[in-house]
Design a protein. Structure first.
Length: 397
């Protein structure tokens, strides 16, 4: 394993969750990240566009698309590679992780359920970086409760007319196309939702508002006003949109945990260097038992998260359902990363809260991961429900 990798990451790759292809992949990715991710964070739109270009040129976007015919690295997305990508990119540059993840999430429903024509039109452009993708599910009154969705798509002749709004849409304002979920009314609640591809230049579609958040990235509220699209832009069957959305999120949920782990490892490395270099009371911060205890908590939490993440990723790559395991990984990794980063900032003292400092930036970047793609509370509900369902069916808990 490459000497440039942190020791904890090198040791992680010795775990039985990985194959030789993963062990060869990671050092190449890490070396590329060192050389190509020395970018600022100031203009999030411009940085994300540049990062998509660089990720495409490096060949990394091949791993977020399924189907070699369309430029993907394999016929199915390798979940462990996806997690290694996100963990590594997050360790170097939060927006690099964001850019890669959104190319995958935004095109995921097309990879999984798109027609041959849809795949041929959109996926190669996602891989080569000439089209930026977005996933438009959330609404002002429908976040965790997807069944409360109000945005509508009314069948009209040979197409559909979309009306309504979406919000908290990542890549909103810079995406070239959006996978949009809208109510088509085949049945009540989640069973009456369909999925559509809406190109950014479609008449009746507009960016209603750009949203600024504590860790800047492209984010927007979308508006559809008599937005007409052909029926050929629908993904999958009418009324199956909720299943499409959940299947897409299922692919990427474990990778959110991996991104959190990347942030945590960056903070942990910074904390160790701080402890070794910070002089205090005729010694160094690393000499104090209280700081050592904090470090022990951080190291153990990071490894615990990694074990949950790569267990879930390995199971998914074996074709084993991972509803509970992915929820456990996402919940614990994001919560523990928040604690690790907070401790790292505390160990830096006043230097940790200076605007632009690594710990200050990580502190802002980690917070959203505990909310998006299923808030921590939702993950807890999933874990409990899956455990109780198994118990009721006579299985072992």
């Amino acid at each position: 394993m490459s000497a440039t990798l942190p020791q904890a990451v090198s040791e992680q790759m010795e775990w039985p969750f990985f194959d030789d292809v993963h062990r060869k992949f990671l050092p190449e990715l890490d070396q590329w990240a060192q050389q190509h991710l020395q970018l600022g964070h100031d203009d999030a739109d411009a940085v994300c566009r540049e990062l998509v270009r660089r990720l495409a040129a490096g060949g990394w976007l091949r791993y977020v698309v399924a189907g070699t015919e369309y430029g993907g690295a394999s016929e199915q997305i390798d979940t462990r590679i996806l997690c290694l990508l996100r963990e590594t990119l997050a360790r170097y540059h939060g927006l690099a992780d964001f850019a890669l993840a959104m190319q995958g999430l935004g095109s995921g429903a097309i990879s999984l359920f798109g027609t041959e024509a849809q795949k041929a039109r959109y996926l190669p452009r996602v891989v080569n970086g000439t089209a930026i993708a977005a996933f438009a599910l959330s609404e002002p009154d429908a976040g965790s409760d997807v069944a409360a969705m109000q945005c509508s798509a009314t069948a009209d002749g040979d197409g559909y007319v979309l009306n309504g709004e979406k919000t908290w849409i990542s890549n909103g304002g810079i995406a070239d196309f959006y996978v949009v979920f809208a109510r088509t009314g085949e049945a009540p609640g989640a069973r009456g939702i369909s999925a559509f591809i809406v190109d950014a230049d479609t008449p009746g579609f507009e960016i209603a508002e750009r949203i600024d958040v504590m860790a800047p990235h492209p984010l927007a509220r979308l508006r559809f006003n008599q937005c007409r699209i052909p029926a050929s832009q629908r993904i999958g069957a009418a009324g199956q949109g909720f299943k499409l959305a959940m299947a897409t999120l299922d692919v990427f949920r474990t990778s959110v945990a991996a991104a959190a782990l990347g942030f945590a490892r960056a903070a942990l490395d910074a904390a160790i260097q701080r402890m070794l270099s910070r002089k205090m009371f005729q010694g160094y911060l690393a000499d104090f038992q209280l700081a050592q205890a904090q470090l022990a908590d951080m190291v153990t939490a990071a490894d615990s998260s990694a074990l949950l993440i790569y267990r879930a990723a390995w199971r998914r790559d074996q074709g084993i359902p991972v509803t509970k395991e992915a929820a456990m990984a996402k919940w614990r990794a994001t919560e523990e990363a928040q604690k690790i980063i907070d401790t790292a900032l505390q160990l830096h003292g006043g230097a940790g809260v200076v605007s632009g400092a690594l710990t200050e930036r990580l502190y802002r970047e980690i917070r959203a991961l505990r909310i998006y793609e299923g808030a921590s509370e939702v993950q807890q509900i999933i874990i409990a429900r899956e455990t109780l369902k198994n118990a009721r069916q006579g299985g072992n808990v």
